[in-house]
Design a protein around this ligand. Structure first.
Ligand SMILES: C[S@@+](CC[C@H](N)C(=O)[O-])C[C@H]1O[C@@H](n2cnc3c(N)ncnc32)[C@H](O)[C@@H]1O
Length: 294
């Protein structure tokens, strides 16, 4: 929470999911134990962890089927109306899909059932995210967690035993890292970059607002610069900066397209390769400063 408060104090011009700091203030301090100093104390808390996999898939279903968006736009709705709107109505008359979805989403508090009216609405925090414009970033985060990370986590125990990323085998390809394998699975790379770009779009304005180094440097090496969201923001904000974005061969086309679209090819150059195995580029002149942003 202090991270996000610092953003607000710095006059962050990023997305409102961060600016609406009351969303975050209830979060525990990073040193706090979940559940208080004793850790978890109730079976419900323990159950929420054991059933965490189901919760992840329920929020994914609610997001991808448009449940939360529909309820936000239309207010409390009956099961039948929601079923129709989400395209879950079945020709054989079975109401099981909508019942499973609403039972799941309501049991974990994402939706709220009005028992008298027999209507469902979004929980307060989800509606607030829609109102403040922060839902898109959260939907990107849900996709990344529930679709990309979820697969590899099945191998977590074995990964600990072998001290290696066993979950990588879930992704086709021969590369030794997930970034380089994602392009081989249709749609996967987009999910990854959508989330990362959302996050960087709100973090970089805040971080750079208070950075004296960025304001006074002439050269910036953006190590693992991704889609160039940070590089483009910094190039526009600090006119004296000339930026080199360093990322892998497999992904370099993504920043290239963004930089061209932003009309910043003259200010941001690209270096394709690995920051692990390739030599660190020379600064060029003793007067240049390389600021590495990862
Ligand atoms: C977590 S993302 C951060 C992207 C960007 N800095 C941002 O904040 O939006 C990490 C980036 O590092 C790149 N990367 C990972 N390993 C790399 C390596 N060995 N050499 C070069 N780039 C690498 C990935 O392709 C990815 O774009």
């Amino acid at each position: 929470s202090s991270y996000c408060t610092a953003f607000d104090d710095a006059g962050c011009s990023g997305q409102s999911v961060v600016r609406d700091s009351s969303i975050w203030k209830a979060a525990p301090d990073k040193y706090d134990q979940p559940g208080g100093p004793e850790g978890l104390t109730t079976m419900t808390q323990l159950n929420n962890i054991i059933m965490g996999h189901a919760a992840t898939q329920i929020i994914l279903a609610g997001s991808q089927l448009g449940l939360f968006e529909f309820l936000h736009e239309n207010g409390p709705q009956t099961k039948g109306t929601i079923e129709e709107a989400l395209g879950l109505k079945r020709s054989d008359g079975s109401t099981r899909p909508i019942e499973v979805l609403l039972l799941g989403s309501t049991s974990i508090g994402l939706t709220v059932l009005d028992k008298r009216e027999k209507t469902y609405r979004n929980c307060e925090i989800i509606d607030r995210l829609f109102t403040t414009g922060g839902w898109r970033s959260i939907a990107d985060l849900i996709d990344l967690e529930a679709i990309i990370k979820y697969k590899g986590e099945f191998h977590f125990v074995e990964s600990l035993r072998k001290d290696t990323n066993v979950g990588l085998q879930e992704w086709p390809g021969a590369a030794d890292n997930l970034y380089s394998r994602l392009p081989q699975t249709p749609g996967a790379q987009k999910i990854f970059y959508d989330l990362m770009n959302s996050f960087t779009a709100f973090s970089i304005p805040c971080l750079s607002n208070t950075s004296k180094v960025a304001a006074t440097s002439f050269k910036l090496l953006d190590v693992g610069g991704g889609a160039a969201v940070a590089a483009i923001h910094l190039a526009k904000k600090f006119q004296q900066l000339s930026i080199t974005l360093w990322d892998q061969h497999e992904t370099i086309e993504i920043p290239m397209n963004h930089i061209t679209k932003a009309g910043l090819k003259g200010r941001i150059s690209l270096l394709a390769g690995s920051f692990i195995t390739d030599p660190f580029p020379e600064a060029g002149s003793p007067l240049s400063v390389y600021l590495c942003a990862f």
